[in-house]
Design a protein around this ligand. Structure first.
Ligand SMILES: Cc1ncc(COP(=O)(O)O)c(C=O)c1O
Length: 355
């Protein structure tokens, strides 16, 4: 039966207020995917072997058990096991953190432009979200502005380091200043691009009960479809996070795959070296074409296409090269993922043809 508008259920006000968010993930197969900052060659072959060895009819009939994965990951991150929360990607880490600490109308600080899911989950929770802009000139982190914006009622501060889509990041001294200023707020340092940047707040965990660090297997590890991540914090916090989390949100395949992925660190470090070389190629190629860009600490580069941002994205797409338009949030900007050098060459050749 067709739905009748007069009987349609009304969602919560918080949901009504939200702007729709639907990333353009359709129709990407077979194209050069430089649009979502994924690993562009795939996960370690060892992950597949490990999964294949364990696949049998029975494994899907049993609710997942996480003990071995938890043990392996706590060793990998060099934390105590009770400090670890396994999550269905970083997205669930953000959601669980917000659900644990943020009430209706609570003050939550995010930056702009940044990863959209901070605002998303804070808005679903009904939080009062305040946004601070990255510096216009160089897209640097607005540290002083953020410190000034923190007040005693601030419940959460959600930061990507390095940030997407700007590629800019902060160092440990800056993170320390934020943690010191906001002892009453849950401070998330989302390290989705850690492997490319090498800066981590993990050593601060013992000292700061307000620190939460998230890591993902979606980027350098090449497992975006698996939806696997971790949230690391002091054990007392982690206990509350797990209390507010669905007990089986992490798929068994993801939990098994993660164990294999962390065994093959050579695969990830080789991929990271390739990406860093490709990123230099992007800088050189853009410079040659006279295209301004922002130096990045992650596996992507934001460049200025001016009034042609959408046109450039569409023309590259017609050549089966996918990049992401970001001009809706930073005027004239397009973001390209750094993959292998060969893929980067193809991107640069395509760009040169249409520029
Ligand atoms: C800063 C940041 N955090 C998290 C994610 C996504 O993480 P996950 O796939 O683990 O949910 C992204 C993906 O673009 C990101 O840019």
């Amino acid at each position: 039966m067709a739905s009748d508008v007069s009987t349609q259920l009304r969602p919560r006000e918080a949901v009504l207020r939200m702007a729709p968010y639907s990333p353009p993930t359709g129709g990407r197969s077979g194209k050069l995917r430089l649009d979502f900052n994924e690993n562009t060659v795939g996960c370690s072959p060892r992950v597949l072997e490990y999964l294949k060895e364990r696949l049998n009819q029975n494994i899907f009939s049993v609710y997942p058990e996480y003990a071995e994965t938890r043990e392996a990951l706590s060793r990998f991150f060099a934390v105590e096991e009770p400090q670890l929360v396994l999550t269905n990607g970083t997205d669930e880490a953000i959601q669980v953190l917000v659900n644990t600490y943020v009430d209706d109308n609570d003050d939550v600080l995010v930056l702009h432009p940044s990863y959209a899911m901070y605002r998303f989950y804070a808005e679903v929770a009904g939080a009062a979200v305040r946004e601070l802009s990255y510096r216009k000139q160089d897209l640097a982190f607005p540290l002083e502005e953020l410190l000034d914006a923190i007040h005693p009622a601030t419940r959460a501060i959600l930061i990507a380091n390095p940030n997407n889509p700007t590629g800019t990041g902060i160092g440990l001294a800056e993170i320390r200043r934020i943690l010191d200023r906001a002892p009453h707020a849950a401070v998330l340092i989302d390290e989705a691009y850690y492997e490319f940047a090498g800066v981590t707040a993990l050593p601060f965990l013992a000292e700061y009960p307000n620190l939460f660090v998230s890591r993902t297997f979606s980027k350098a590890f090449g497992m975006a479809a698996m939806r696997f991540g971790c949230l690391l914090t002091q054990a007392a916090n982690a206990a509350y996070l797990r209390k507010a989390q669905s007990p089986y949100s992490v798929n068994l395949l993801a939990a098994i795959a993660a164990r294999a992925a962390i065994e093959d660190t050579a695969y990830v470090s080789n991929y990271v070296s390739e990406v860093l070389a490709a990123r230099e190629m992007i800088y050189a190629g853009l410079t040659r074409l006279g295209i301004p860009f922002y130096p990045s600490q992650a596996n992507f580069v934001l460049f200025h296409a001016g009034s042609r941002a959408i046109e450039i994205r569409d023309k590259l797409r017609a050549m089966d090269v996918l990049v992401r338009d970001r001009s809706y949030e930073i005027e004239g900007c397009v973001r390209v993922t750094a993959g292998t050098r060969a893929q980067t060459q193809r991107f640069l050749d395509s760009l040169e043809q249409i520029w």
